[in-house]
Design a protein around this ligand. Sequence first.
Ligand SMILES: [Zn+2]
Ligand SMILES: [Zn+2]
Length: 273
Amino acid sequence: MTILDEIEPIRRQRVYDLVHAAGVDVSHWDVSKGNSSSAASNPKYCFDWSFVGESAVVLNLWHDGMEEREGIVRYALNPRQTAEKATGRRLLRARQMEAAIQTAMRARLPIRAIVNAGNRKNASNRTTSVKRRLLDPVAWRVESYDDETGHCTLVRSQGRPTFIDQFTAREIGTESPDKKTVTTEVTARCPQVRQQVLTRANGYCEYCREPGFTTGDGKIFLETHHVIPLAESGPDTPHNVVALCPNHHREAHHGAMRDAIRQQLLAHLQTFA
Ligand SMILES: [Zn+2]
Ligand SMILES: [Zn+2]
């Protein structure tokens, strides 16, 4: 049985119940002022494609749009492109969908997927009708997002995501690196601190908020960095360590903007103080 078989929706469930089950507040769906329609079928919300809560972002994804390869399930979408071809409510929903994805990245929120099955709007179907739904018990995350084009790939977590940094990658690497360098660098840094920072970052660069890349074995890679360098007596604690994408890590060390980057990262760390 594949993962896609496991999350094939077989029941006709309501969006309202699934959004609620994902932990997103649905109290405002209640229609007041004597309107008789019930909250669950409030058309203002129940046809939306995305919902943003304080602890999760919920996205409607089509089961037949999911792709499973080597045990990893992905979903490619481009709500910006959809918006360009849409009008009215459809346009609005596509825009909301892209904003919800951006929020998930910025606020490092897990994505909960409502898996849809039914008829998608296409050349032969004039309207969309969802026949069956299921709330995926496993969270999803943004694997890549192209700010220029709006193209986005979501990936379904395999249990709890594993976050690794440059030191972990080297420890488990097959090449035999220069032993002396590795020993000095690894011993100077507390593995618990690095892991705590990687967990806090939840797979997103703490400078640009872009997702770290996924390694060949499905782990999420970011580099840990001491904002005040150890050489300047910066402490080896989570209050001085951030997780950065490889590009911004290099820039934090060598870029013309490195002082500004340091200031911004210090301000970021202040929010956890
Ligand atoms: Zn970055
Ligand atoms: Zn560094």
